[in-house]
Design a binder for this molecule. Sequence first.
Ligand code: ASP
Length: 317
Amino acid sequence: MKLQVQPKLIIHGGAGSSLHGKGGLEAVRRSLYTVVETIYSLLLKGATASDAVVQGCQMLEDDPRFNAGTGSVLQSDGQIRMSASLMDGTSGHFSGVINISRVKNPIQLVQYLQESPDRVLSDYGAAELARELQIPSYNALTDLRLQEWMQERQDNFKSTMAGVVAEPELVETSNAGRGTIGVVVLDAYGGLAAGTSTGGKGFERIGRVSDSAMPAGNYATSHAAVSCTGIGEDIIDECLAAKIVVRVTDGISLKDAMQRSFTEAHLNKRDLGAIALDAHGAISWGKTSEVLLAAYHDGESIGDTLEWNDSELIGYC
Ligand code: ASP
């Protein structure tokens, strides 16, 4: 296939309240830029949007700093249960896994499910599939996440969410936000895809289902693609990813769709963020939370939202 359009890419490592140390910020920036550079070069070599999204999600899942795959936060019972999804805007297929344990890369299973007649599997079924595919058992727990959970248990789970990124200095001051990951891509053939992966919001009740494996948190058509982060319940209440994508699909510009959707979310006092791309290559991000950890490649250079702190609800390029 001939490369036809300039590929674009935006990724996130979660949203939440302000990152504490500058050291943390620089480390997050390095992590995000490494993924952007690697995935962008794959896109220039002709990778499809879905493949690029899966590769990007996998890299972010493997980075213990973020709350997805290795480094996932623990639920109220001290267990890790991860959720992930992929939507290919070209095929129009959504696939996902909900509350899966003991796999290294939930997004790999999600990729497999794209071609399956049953495309969203929960805990038991996802574990069965991992066994069928002979995916080795893997413990995603890190010492930092365990410490964070023990601290919270001492405080009787006062926090509503776990830390945005796993940093030693954040363990003492939890409730710093979240670190779910997401990747949104426009490939060189004009195809769009979005992927999101999470360990959940942390300390939640067993069986709680995250937005990350729902069209509310991750959605794409051939017109636009969106990945969300933040408090899952808020994202579901706004049906944020699907709402933005449907607005663009119905003819509203990405910028206006983001502005309307984030104005509504702000009025409704939601705590969330999102990254988005449209088929023309417009890139946008938005947040009602304090920070959004996103980085993008606009075809010429890399930018990020790490120090974006102004009163605007959305950014655009
Ligand atoms: N949205 C995720 C959840 O509620 C958490 C996050 O984005 O950090 O499960």
